[in-house]
Design a protein around this ligand. Structure first.
Ligand code: HEC
Ligand code: HEC
Ligand code: HEC
Length: 416
């Protein structure tokens, strides 16, 4: 038998060996090796122990899968600059390791939810699930009414479980803390080539903060634009007449503020818009351009339409003020602060910060009404059973005159 014929007869063997060889190689290269690398990465960068889901959170996860939330929402911050800018530090392997079956998703009709935990208040979530458009007017997210017994303030257990699950998203990474971020940096250098890392883990623009540096907003914003922006972004909660009675207001505690019965300094408005109101459904609006925030300040500061709600009171007599001050110091200063700046010794422990009376002022009978009823969802209780009518009247007069509009004062001094 000559040489070429033998080679030809052996070719089936060569081909099948090569085939099996390539198969093994590709399984090793595309399956085993990346899996091992991921496992190593996960081990090196992850915490030793990840908090497991509670039964309620685990049920919520099943509901999330059942309702098809993953068709519109991803749960992975990718290693791209756009993702890092909007959603923060990219998702690491260990974060999704225990997620079986995983909920990473592939389509983003809505925003990524990998770090949804801690970005919104529970009442916001429930109102949003019941009727997304009542809090985000342009939303295309479908309502999930069947999780509720007739209203956003009557969630069934399923809605509570689902929100409990949403609150877990990103929790493990947050709990890993600085130590976790230091470990994360050891993996990122290969993936992060050419990308600027996010300075914060979760830069969600709506995430309320208790404090935070507020940039200077342009003064004298465009009022007409402010009105338009208000209708688009704020009227759903604060109502088209600014009286805190928009379609989304019903299920929120505390309810959206009646802006029409307040006067604010520009600084207070800038702070509320930039940082949101922590502990409430009031989101921050850090994704709006500064000029737009300036326009909103212009509109909210002076709503005009509601001037009938405001009636100037006669100046209280000096003796009355001293009486009001005594009531204040005995009952209110521990929260609202000795000077009314919202910085009493008990303030830091409260989820919703006590009002700073130096930068905002209530009008007409509103302060009296709040003293009677308290503010549901905050530590501001009703004083009806603890203070007499005269005491309430006196302390209401007292807090109103604590208001100091520095800008206004400076302007007036300049004129003099
Ligand atoms: C048809 C697509 C779609 C489906 C299905 C969907 N969503 Fe959404 N979702 C959106 C869109 C669009 C937004 C952005 C507008 C808004 O906030 O309503 C959004 C926003 C959100 C937000 C706010 C996120 C943020 O960063 O502000 C949460 C939380 C959320 N969805 C949860 C859910 C849950 C839970 C489900 C399943 C029960 C779900 N979504 C199903 C489209 C969808
Ligand atoms: C999801 C509902 C919601 C939306 C949307 C919303 N707010 Fe609010 N807002 C609230 C709630 C709730 C509070 C807090 C009430 C409290 O502290 O008792 C609040 C508080 C405020 C405050 C602080 C008031 C105070 O007395 O301290 C201002 C100012 C404000 N909102 C303005 C706006 C503006 C302007 C927009 C639109 C850009 C807006 N809000 C959008 C719900 C909302
Ligand atoms: C336990 C702490 C605490 C005490 C004590 C307290 N408050 Fe408050 N107060 C709050 C909190 C918290 C808020 C809610 C802020 C919010 O809703 O954003 C508030 C809100 C208010 C408001 C509404 C302000 C606005 O602009 O909407 C008034 C008025 C008020 N308090 C008056 C008083 C008076 C007067 C006293 C004493 C008789 C008093 N408070 C005692 C915590 C307290």
């Amino acid at each position: 038998m000559n040489q070429p014929a033998r080679v030809l007869r052996m070719s089936y063997l060569v081909a099948s060996l090569a085939g099996v060889g390539f198969f093994v190689l590709s399984v090793a290269w595309l399956g085993v090796w990346p899996a091992r690398r991921l496992a190593e990465d996960a081990k090196r960068t992850g915490p030793g122990h990840v908090v497991a889901l509670t039964p309620s959170e685990a049920r919520g996860r099943v509901i999330y899968a059942r309702e098809g939330c993953a068709y519109c929402h991803t749960q992975q911050v990718r290693f791209t600059q756009a993702d890092i800018a909007r959603f923060g530090a990219p998702t690491l392997a260990w974060e999704t390791r225990a997620d079986t079956p995983h909920m990473m998703g592939t389509r983003r009709i809505g925003p990524d939810l990998a770090r949804a935990g801690g970005t919104r208040s529970e009442d916001w979530h429930l109102t949003h699930l019941y009727a997304p458009r009542s809090v985000v007017p342009a939303s295309v997210m479908p309502p999930y009414r069947h999780l509720f017994a007739g209203g956003s303030d009557a969630p069934r257990q399923e809605a509570r479980d689902l929100v409990a699950y949403l609150e877990t998203l990103g929790r493990a990474r947050e709990l890993a803390g600085d130590e976790g971020e230091a470990r994360a940096a050891t993996v990122s250098h290969t993936h992060m080539e050419g990308l600027t890392p996010s300075p914060v883990l979760n830069p969600h623009p709506a995430r309320p903060r208790r404090t935070g540096e507020v940039p200077a907003l342009p003064a004298n914003g465009d009022r007409a634009r402010g009105e338009w922006l208000y209708a688009r972004n704020c009227a759903a909660c604060h109502g088209s007449t600014l009286e805190g009675n928009g379609p989304g207001a019903g299920g929120l505690t505390p309810r959206p503020t009646n802006l029409a019965e307040h006067t604010y300094t520009d600084g207070r408005l800038a702070q509320a818009l930039w940082n949101g109101v922590s502990g409430t459904a009031m989101p921050a609006w850090r994704d709006l351009p500064l000029a737009d925030l300036g326009a909103l300040v212009e509109y909210v500061r002076d709503p005009r339409i509601t001037s009938q709600l405001r009636h100037d009171r006669t100046r209280p007599a000096q003796g009355e003020l001293a009486f009001g001050q005594r009531v204040y110091e005995a009952n209110c200063a521990q929260c609202h602060g000795a000077q009314g700046a919202g910085d009493g010794w008990a303030a830091r422990a409260l989820a919703v910060a006590p009002t700073n009376f130096r930068v905002q002022r209530l009008w007409g009978t509103a302060a009296m009404r709040i003293l009677q009823t308290g503010i549901e969802g905050t530590m501001m209780a009703s004083w009806r059973s603890r203070l007499s009518g005269e005491e309430m009247q006196a302390v209401a007069e007292y807090i109103v005159q604590l208001y100091r509009d520095e800008q206004d004062l400076r302007a007036r001094e300049g004129r003099r």
